[in-house]
Ligand binder design. Sequence first.
Ligand code: CU
Length: 144
Amino acid sequence: MLRAIFLSVAISAVCFSESVIAEIRVSDSLIKVSRGAGKAAAVFMTIKNDNDNPDRLMSVRTLVFKKAVLHDTITSADGVVKMKHLMMGIEFSKGEEVIFTSGGKHLMLMGPNKPILTGDSVKIWLNFENSGEIEINLIVGQDN
Ligand SMILES: [Cu+2]
């Protein structure tokens, strides 16, 4: 019995040290809500993979909008700007930082389940292949 308890303590200690080392860092997160008919929002942020291994942002979910899609912005040879759905997600090599920005990669939220007002909080979960889900709380600013 005593041996079993000791073993479980040892295992949890190992898990703890791993979760401290393995980390996805999200900073400068910002949500921009369009006031047009589309009722979409774009999310900009900086994501850094501080894990010791590559990782991949596979999908994003939220309860506030019906759809959350990873987009890239592509300008064709004739100057037409289009958004491309990143179906395979976004790869992060070890230590890589990806800046989600207007005119580049971004997260698109479509179909709000309620009117989005200044000061509202929009919680999203970033789903990483190795790191699991990471919760981000976005506040809708006055400049939206
Ligand atoms: Cu988009």
